[in-house]
Design a protein around this ligand. Structure first.
Ligand code: PEP
Ligand code: MN
Length: 361
């Protein structure tokens, strides 16, 4: 499937135009001091194309911090005056769009809770018709590529050509390693359908905790994404929204400097070695293995309860023998040493039996 969008480039303003677009700033605008201090530090890193801040916050539950509103746009103007940075904020209604344009915000984005709704997106598209603002469309919270494409088409249909998509992952009811499930294949499918459309990854909302932000950012660049949107706060501990995932400006700079681009000749900072690259991938894999193990153990506990309720024996030797045979064959086909795999499975089985026994008591 190919989609036809009329795209023109979004300016980058970095030292090297081949670097990915880098959008950084707090989840929410909280005070003028927080905004200016964060922006000055980001500006000093020399690795920022746009300063972002949420002015109106679409919160999943009422009663949480819902943003400062219009006064935040004045603070963005102060940031622009004092740092010269280009600026970006989220809009969710035509009124937001109108105000953001009135205050000269350079880039607008449609959030994940808005891009799910074609009526809301169309209203926004109608309200920015005729303007030359750059617009980014986040993926909808649910994994629906057509809905994401539809939102991009509506904005593009209003004559907005400086357009890009933001991949921020998808809500998941299952317990997963990250806050949002990246489902990278959806972003890749979008890229395939429209190769001219830049896709910017938001590793902060995918990761949900600051420790994982660099891993996700590197993965996005490995997949040839065209930019990053990262939440950065001068004091994340007291942030009014998304406190756990925001980075300090110095940690942001360090992350960007050590990210590896696909063409090492255009690295954004210090070169990282091939060894470092392997290690980063191993870290990601280990984390996934641990998450999967946790899920497997949770299932063992549930099986224990089921067996108790149905008066079944904990150890069912036939099933175990079948598991062993089948997994070892699977592993051998993937060049995993059968002796190692047998030892590993036996340890896993032993723990599973312990858990089942505990939960069947
Ligand atoms: C945000 O960028 O702060 C935000 C609310 O993101 P999302 O729409 O991806 O949840
Ligand atoms: Mn946020």
């Amino acid at each position: 499937m190919k989609i036809d969008l009329n795209i023109t480039p979004i300016e980058n303003e970095l030292e090297n135009p081949k670097w990915p677009i880098l959008i950084a700033g707090p989840c929410s605008a909280e005070s003028e001091e927080q905004m200016v201090d964060t922006a000055l530090k980001l500006k000093n890193s020399k690795r920022i194309s746009y300063f972002r801040a949420g002015i109106w916050k679409p919160r999943t539950r009422p009663g949480m911090f819902e943003g400062v509103g219009e006064v935040g746009l004045q603070w963005i103007q102060t940031v622009k005056k004092e740092t010269g940075l280009l600026t970006a904020c989220e809009i969710a209604t035509p009124e937001h769009a109108e105000l953001a344009l009135k205050y000269g915000i350079d880039m607008l984005w449609v959030g994940a809770r808005t891009s799910v709704n074609p009526f809301a997106v169309q209203d926004i598209a109608d309200s920015i018709k005729g303007s030359d603002v750059a617009v980014l469309v986040k993926n909808p919270v649910n994994p629906d590529l057509q809905l994401w494409i539809g939102a991009l088409e509506r904005i593009n249909g209003a004559g907005i050509t400086r357009l890009a998509a933001i991949h921020r992952g998808f809500s998941s009811y299952e317990k997963i390693p990250f806050r949002n499930d990246p489902m990278w294949k959806i972003a890749i499918a979008l890229k395939t359908a429209c190769p001219d459309l830049p896709i910017i990854c938001d590793p902060s909302h995918i990761a949900g905790v600051r420790e994982f932000v660099p891993l996700v950012a590197q993965k996005a660049l490995n997949l040839d994404m065209n930019g990053l949107m990262v939440e950065v706060h001068n004091n994340p501990a007291i942030a009014k929204s998304d406190a756990q995932q925001q980075l300090l400006p110095e940690d942001y700079a360090q992350m960007i400097y050590s990210l590896q681009l696909r063409e090492p000749s255009i690295s954004m900072g210090i070169e990282i070695t091939e060894l470092e690259e392997y290690r980063q991938e191993i870290d990601l894999i280990d984390e996934m293995i641990i998450q999967k193990l946790a899920r497997r153990m949770e299932l063992s506990r549930r099986i224990g309860q089921y067996k108790r309720d149905h008066s079944l024996m904990v150890l069912q030797i036939d099933r175990w023998e079948k598991i062993l045979q089948n997994r070892i064959a699977m592993g051998s086909a993937m060049s995993i040493n059968p002796k190692f795999l047998k030892k590993f499975l036996e340890m896993l089985h032993e723990e599973s039996i312990n858990l089942q026994t505990e939960s069947s008591e």
